[in-house]
Design a binder for this molecule. Structure first.
Ligand SMILES: Cc1cc2nc3c(=O)[nH]c(=O)nc-3n(C[C@H](O)[C@H](O)[C@H](O)COP(=O)(O)OP(=O)(O)OC[C@H]3O[C@@H](n4cnc5c(N)ncnc54)[C@H](O)[C@@H]3O)c2cc1C
Length: 387
C-alpha cells in the first residue's frame, strides 16, 4: 500500500522510494557513463543485466520464495521511472521482463514457477512477450500463428513481430491459435527460446530506445510439452491482455521517467544558457514551459501511482492503467519536443541528451496498446460496448 508513512493518499512510502533510489543509483553508475555510446551503436548491454540483478531489479516482481524481491507495483513503477530517467531502453527491457515474471507468478502452474522464476530473478534468463504479428497488432485476436496438438506436445508454427528482448530472451510468453477463429481459439505458452525451430529472423532498427532489443521470431515446428501452456486452453488472449494491462503501469512509468529527464535537462540548461544578458530561464517564454513540464510530470506520476496502488490492493485498475499510460506518454512526447525548443540549436544536436529523449518518448504512445486503444479501453469502461 502507498501512503502509510506520509499520510498522503498517493505519496509512496519510504520503503517504496528505497527501491526507486536503488534503481537511480545503479542507473547513474552503470548506465549513464555509457548511454551515449550504447545509443549510437544500438547496443544491447547484456552485461548490464548482471548489475541490475545484483541490485534486485530483475526480480522485482518475483516472489521472495523464488529468490525475487516480491516488490509491490508502486515500488516497481518508481524503479522503472528511475531507469527511464537515464535510459528508456533499459527501462523497457526490465519492464517487459518483469511483466512476464508477474504473469508466471500469478497465472503459472507450480511446475512453471519452479522452472522459470528463480532463473528470471537471477537474471540468468531474460523474458520476452510474443503477441504481435505482421497483420495483427491492436487487433490481437487476429493472430495466425498456430499450435497443433501432437500427443502430449504442441507443435508451434508462425511468426511473431517486434518481440522486445526476443534476441536475448530465454523464455517467451507467446500466443498461438489452438482452436478456431477469434479470441477463444488462442492459448498462451511459455516457450523455451533455446528449442530447435526458433530463429531470430530480423533485428529491427528503430527511431529510439536503441538499447532495447526488438526482433521478429520465427517458430518452425517447435515442439513444446503440454506443461508449457500458461493457463487453460483457449484463455491465451485473456492472459495476454491481463499481462498487458499490468504492463501498462510499467510503460506509463517509463514515460514519466523520460518526462523527468526532460525536466532535469531543461532546468539545468535554462539556468546556464545566457541570451540578451540573462539566463534564458528569466524569460517567461522559457520558464512557463518548464512550469507546465513540472506540472504534467506530477500529474503523470500521480496517475501511475494510483494505478499501481489499485493493482497492489487487488482492486480493478484497467481504466486507471490506460489513463496513466495515455497521459504520461502524450506528455512525454510533447515535453520532449519542448525540451529541445528550450535548448535551441543545441537541443537538435547529439551533444545534449534531449534529442534522445524525443526519439525515445514516441514509442510510449505505441507499444502495449496505442493511445487510441487506451482511449477505447477508457471509453468502453464508461459507455459499454455500443457497436
Ligand atoms: C519497438 C516496439 C516494441 C514492441 N514490442 C512488442 C513486444 O514485445 N511484444 C509484442 O507482442 N508486440 C510488441 N510490439 C508491437 C506493438 O504492441 C504494436 O505495434 C502495437 O500494439 C500497435 O499495433 P500495430 O503496430 O499493428 O498497429 P495497428 O494495430 O495496425 O494500428 C495502426 C493505427 O491504427 C490505430 N487503430 C487500430 N485499431 C484501432 C481502433 N479500433 N480504433 C482506433 N484506432 C485504431 C492504431 O492506434 C494506430 O494508430 C512492439 C512494437 C514496437 C514498435
Amino acid at each position: 500500500m502507498i501512503g502509510a508513512a506520509s499520510g498522503s493518499a498517493y505519496e509512496p512510502t519510504d520503503d517504496q522510494r528505497a527501491i526507486g533510489d536503488v534503481a537511480r543509483d545503479v542507473a547513474l553508475r552503470e548506465i549513464a557513463p555509457h548511454i551515449v555510446q550504447w545509443d549510437r551503436e544500438h547496443a544491447f548491454p547484456r552485461q548490464l543485466y548482471g548489475k541490475l540483478t545484483e541490485a534486485g531489479l530483475m526480480g522485482m516482481l518475483v516472489p521472495e520464495q523464488y529468490g525475487g524481491v516480491g516488490a509491490d507495483y508502486v515500488s516497481y513503477a518508481l524503479a522503472i521511472e528511475e531507469l527511464a530517467r537515464v535510459d528508456a531502453g533499459t527501462a523497457v527491457t526490465v519492464s517487459v521482463h518483469s511483466m512476464i515474471c508477474n504473469a508466471i507468478a500469478t497465472l503459472g502452474s507450480l511446475e512453471q514457477k519452479a522452472l522459470w522464476l528463480e532463473r528470471l530473478a537471477a537474471g540468468d534468463v531474460i523474458a520476452g512477450f510474443g503477441l504481435t504479428e505482421s497483420d495483427a497488432g491492436s487487433d490481437a485476436a487476429g493472430i495466425r500463428a498456430t499450435a497443433r496438438r501432437d500427443g502430449d506436445a504442441w507443435v508451434l508454427n508462425g511468426r511473431k513481430q517486434w518481440c522486445t528482448n526476443g534476441g536475448y530472451s530465454g523464455v517467451v510468453m507467446a500466443m498461438f491459435r489452438t482452436g478456431g477463429a477469434g479470441s477463444k481459439g488462442i492459448s498462451a505458452f511459455l516457450v523455451d527460446s533455446s528449442l530447435p525451430g526458433i530463429v531470430v529472423e530480423k533485428t529491427t532498427e528503430k527511431l529510439g530506445i536503441h538499447t532495447s532489443n526488438t526482433v521478429d521470431l520465427a517458430f518452425d515446428d517447435v515442439r513444446v510439452p503440454h506443461a508449457a501452456m500458461l493457463g487453460a486452453e483457449g484463455t491465451g488472449l485473456t492472459q495476454a491482455l491481463m499481462t498487458l494491462t499490468s504492463g501498462r503501469i510499467g510503460i506509463a512509468a517509463q514515460a514519466a521517467g523520460i518526462l523527468a529527464a526532460c525536466l532535469d535537462a531543461s532546468v539545468q540548461f535554462a539556468k546556464e544558457r545566457v541570451a540578451f544578458g540573462k539566463p534564458i530561464g528569466a524569460f517567461e517564454g522559457v520558464s512557463f514551459k518548464i512550469a507546465r513540464m513540472a506540472t504534467d510530470l506530477d500529474a503523470a506520476r500521480l496517475l501511475v501511482y494510483r494505478a499501481a496502488a489499485l493493482a497492489d490492493a487487488g482492486r480493478p485498475f484497467v481504466a486507471e492503467a490506460s489513463k496513466a499510460k495515455l497521459f504520461a506518454s502524450t506528455k512525454a512526447r510533447e515535453h520532449a519536443s519542448e525540451a529541445i525548443q528550450i535548448h535551441g540549436g543545441y537541443g537538435y544536436t547529439t551533444e545534449f541528451p534531449v534529442e534522445r529523449y524525443y526519439r525515445d518518448a514516441k514509442i510510449t504512445e505505441i507499444y502495449e496498446g496505442t493511445s487510441e486503444i487506451q482511449q477505447l479501453v477508457i471509453a468502453r469502461g464508461l459507455l459499454g460496448r455500443l457497436d
